[in-house]
Design a binder for this molecule. Sequence first.
Ligand code: URA
Length: 208
Amino acid sequence: MSLNVVAHPLIRHKLGLLRASVTSTSKFRTLTREITNLLTYEAFRDLQMEAVTVQGWAGPVQAEKIAGKKVAVVPILRAGMGMLQGVLDLIPSARVNVVGLYRNEETLEPVQYYQKFSADIADRLAVILDPMLATGNSLAATIALLKRDGCRDIRVICMVAAPEGVRRIEREHPEVEMFAASLDERLNDDGYILPGLGDAGDRLFGTQ
Ligand code: URA
């Protein structure tokens, strides 16, 4: 499985609050950011480090700094924006590259209306933000756009994943590692995750 379910007690507790339909828009947004902080910590666990010497208070000290590829964070509009600050809290130097996709509610197929990638995206580690990995259609389309522009190091952070979407990404993009707070049961007939969170964009932005 290229899906990592990060079952830390803090994530499980916050996810329970997120699932509650009484949770307000502002609380939903805060919880999404906090869970994204925790998932980011896990998703970047394998970053390469290099040794450096810094001038400490009592003289030179051996320390470390992150080496290797720079990061591009790729929120899928619009719900992915709710997770953006959660990554930037920990990786403030990341470039923000967005993809605008909406889901045709009849076919459930993604329709692209916007894309803006850094000129050096091929040399970056891209982390896609998609709160609800449902059918996997939008995510697969975003991965394909990144690959088309030469990006080869791609990972995904989502809040909740459905088995259907996970299987699709594993089949089409087996090298892409995914991190989620939960693997839920299934999709309903409208392509919503059960038990899920409902419409994550509406809950984040108060548009329900
Ligand atoms: N998008 C959502 O916001 N929720 C789902 O359950 C599936 C897709």
